[in-house]
Design a protein around this ligand. Sequence first.
Ligand code: PMV
Length: 362
Amino acid sequence: MTENDFLPLAYTNTVETGTATYKSPSNIALVKYWGKKENQLPQNPSISFTLDACATTTTVSFRKLENKSVDFSFDLWFEGSQKEDFKPKISTFLARIEAYLPFLKEYHFKIETSNSFPHSSGIASSASGMSALALCLMELERKLVSTMTADFFTKKASFLSRLGSGSACRSIEGAIVQWGSHGKTQGSSDLYGIKYPYEVHDNFKNFHDTILLVDKGQKQVSSTVGHNLMHNHPFAVERFKQAHDNLDKLITVFKTGDLNEFIKIVESEALTLHAMMMTSLPYFILMKPNTLEIINKIWAFREKTGSNVCFTLDAGANVHVLYPENEKQEIYQFITSELLVYCENQQYICDRIGLGARLMNN
Ligand code: PMV
């Protein structure tokens, strides 16, 4: 498919008012997306686990205007109060997707949104937030056309989410989602995320992710700035190639259930992301001392017990502790006794792999 396939459909129906509610999850990348081209197209393919507990629920109520408005007409409510300061981000998103949803200025929207995780936890809400909003708007488009296949709906929702925040396109459908064109993954595309299409061993079903909140402050570097640092980065070409190689390897890992190899790929990806930030100009260290303490504790625990626990990182100091379902008791014990002391106010979020976004009304 190309971008043109997502251009406006012929609208056959008239819709005056309505509402749509979606609950959309966050995701954690195993192979990271870091570096983009024009139009939020990724420099390399990435793959993520869909998270269930960190989700955004968004309700969009729409009312047709008598005349098309000049600017986007919407109110934004976040957790029960109106949030003027979040509006510019939404306006930018709407402007980016307007060519694909040409009805946007014909309606007034009331957007009500809330997160299942604390706002200033250092957990990015852009993936869950942008995907939930894109899904609600797609629900309106679905009402405007006489037929729309479920496959097109999902792809276009992912395509639009990507224009809000790249990683958001991996939050629509599936437990494991791949985004970005990759030679060995059939159906993969830079334009949208797809449900991982190959065999997945039982070892990866119900995987757990406990997010240790090491630093709940504002992000030190926005992801836009971070992605831009990959332009002319001395190691960029090698890094983009490495992501392809790691995805090749993950196909075998997912099939065979090889947790040792999984750990190597996932931890190396996390450290590579941080290494890219340390070796760019300007350079940044996004880990905190406690991030390193936790990593060392995980390595020592693995060495001592033979466990399959591992970690990954986002572009920040929080640590995602990943472990299979059958080890959850021991790991939970390990986390509470040895790792929580490194978290701000001992705060953490227990999450696990989920299946994707859900329509909550109709
Ligand atoms: O979706 P963005 O533009 O905020 O970028 C996300 C980048 C990482 O979270 C660091 C990696 C990833 O693939 O999710």
